[in-house]
Design a protein. Structure first.
Length: 232
């Protein structure tokens, strides 16, 4: 079951109990906010860990830093609310990579108390939480050039489906495909390491069935597509 909750705003989130089993709680955030989940963007160094602060500091554009800080403050505010901890007390780690065994797999809470996923694109961020591995992705509808670059990398059936669409419909459909695919790849921890041809997720309004995963589209603002995948 996928429960789509209201947007995370400037106030402290009211989450209730953390989702258990294969239940999923999904949230979205406008990353232009000055205050996220009860924490001002200017106070981010008091909440984020050293790795998050270092990553933010390497972003050259102010808008990119804002979006990164807002999304990570949002993640910590939600994790803290679900786990009954202060956001700065949530310890984030990396699981082993399923491809090579290195320490750069899925991000996780130390101790594995709750599975989560974070995605941000353009001016929005999405979060998903579950008792089992979960992946969420939001994608801004791409321009024609970006579509042309990535389209040949998809599953052959997806390439054919997108190629059959009229030009005005092709870019929104591609965003659907990409968000579905990224959600699956984040959930299983492989990311883009093995390419993006598999799994086949389909370009139709409803996603294809993906063995081992429950895949669904999420409501998204105009100009975006979003999806979530949870271990079946």
């Amino acid at each position: 079951m996928i429960e789509y909750l209201n947007e995370l705003g400037s106030g402290a989130p009211r989450t209730g109990a953390p989702p258990s089993g294969t239940a999923v709680a999904a949230w979205c955030l406008d990353t232009s906010l000055d205050t996220v989940g009860g924490h001002r963007i200017a106070e981010a160094p008091l909440v984020l860990d050293a790795a998050e602060q270092d990553r933010a500091g390497k972003l050259l554009r102010a808008v990119d830093r804002q979006r990164y800080l807002a999304s990570h403050l949002g993640l910590r505010a939600l994790l803290g609310a679900y786990l009954g901890r202060a956001p700065q007390e949530v310890v984030l780690v990396r699981e082993e990579c399923p491809c090579c065994g290195g320490p750069h797999g899925r991000p996780a809470v130390a101790g594995g108390a709750l599975h989560f996923s974070l995605s941000h694109s353009g001016g929005v961020a999405y979060f998903a939480f579950s008792g089992v591995p979960v992946g969420v992705d939001v994608e801004e509808i791409p321009g024609a050039e970006a579509l042309a670059d990535v389209l040949p990398l998809l599953h052959p059936a997806e390439i054919a489906e997108l190629g059959a669409l009229a030009e005005p419909d092709r870019r929104p459909a591609f965003a659907r495909v990409w968000s579905r695919k990224e959600a699956c790849l984040k959930a299983d921890g492989t990311g883009l390491a093995l390419g993006v041809a598999d799994p086949y997720v389909g370009a139709a309004p409803a996603p294809a069935s993906v063995p081992g995963w429950t895949l669904g589209d999420l409501p998204a603002p105009a100009g975006y597509a979003a999806a979530v995948a949870v271990k079946a």
